[in-house]
Ligand binder design. Structure first.
Ligand SMILES: CC(C)(COP(=O)(O)OP(=O)(O)OC[C@H]1O[C@@H](n2cnc3c(N)ncnc32)[C@H](O)[C@@H]1OP(=O)(O)O)[C@@H](O)C(=O)NCCC(=O)NCCS
Ligand SMILES: [Zn+2]
Length: 225
């Protein structure tokens, strides 16, 4: 018999949502109308999935994740804690997709194969509305992908990327705002510091990566910076 979904009693699942066998939904999660969660996907605690979103089979979604309406999450995508995915974002996992198999004899499988590319979205990252995430990319922690961007390459931690193809325009705070543009970041010395006007966190450049060096909210945060 098919294994029923395991839904924490504190989670809210709209009656029109379709949860397949083996799905796990964590505490206080919210799954809105007409969401489709394929078999064996995991939705973490305190996570919200907006209406008409599709989550492919065996996808792992962390805690405190916010997914807006009409997002397409394909197989082999992993989404860590605290990630924001805006409306209409699309993930992909096949670089040269075809309807038919290599013999052109039958429909190509929709199962994961050794040609399926895995994508990983690290904690705290944001994907803007309508962005398309190419197959097999890693989006670094607290990165921000601008609306409508086409991401074809790895996105460094805290990087703000925009355009098609998406390029690094600057670096952003864990709480969101832009801290420094890409040119000034490249010119930083060991002593250079940037502070966020919104949350008061302070950052330095450490071997080409933005690193938080002081966090006034360390005692209360639910996500590591
Ligand atoms: C990328 C983003 C964070 C930049 O914000 P910002 O720093 O205030 O940007 P600005 O408006 O100052 O624009 C700076 C430049 O980048 C360009 N730009 C901004 N967003 C862009 C995007 N998504 N794609 C391409 N270029 C973009 C602007 O046109 C401007 O170019 P210019 O200097 O040649 O005129 C923002 O535009 C964005 O896309 N946010 C996500 C919105 C979203 O999806 N929200 C979903 C939940 S409601
Ligand atoms: Zn901040």
């Amino acid at each position: 018999m098919a294994e029923a979904p395991v839904i924490d009693p504190t989670a809210r699942v709209h009656p029109t949502a379709l949860l397949e066998r083996g799905v796990v939904v964590g505490a206080r999660a919210a799954i809105w109308d007409a969401v489709h969660v394929r078999h064996d996907a995991v939705i973490g605690a305190d996570t919200t999935i907006g209406e008409k979103t599709y989550i492919a089979y065996e996808v792992k979604i962390g805690s405190f994740v916010k997914i807006n309406a009409q997002v397409y999450v394909c197989a082999q995508v992993t989404i860590e804690d605290g990630v924001m995915i805006s409306a209409g974002a699309i993930f992909t996992n096949d670089t040269f997709p075809r309807a038919l198999d290599r013999a052109l004899a039958r429909l190509e499988t929709s199962d994961v194969t050794d040609e399926t590319a895995a994508t990983h979205v690290e904690r705290g990252a944001t994907i803007g509305a309508g962005a398309v995430i190419g197959p097999g990319v890693r989006i670094g922690r607290f990165a921000m992908v601008g609306m409508g961007s086409v991401v074809t390459r790895e996105v460094p931690p805290h990087a703000l990327v925009v355009g098609s193809p998406a390029r690094v325009a600057g670096y952003v705070c864990a709480c969101g705002p832009r801290l420094v543009d890409a040119l000034a970041f490249g010119a930083a010395t060991l002593a250079t510091r940037w502070s966020c006007h919104r949350c008061g966190r302070t950052y330095a450049a450490d071997a080409g990566t933005l690193r938080c060096v002081a966090d006034p909210h360390e005692a209360v945060r639910v996500l590591d910076v």
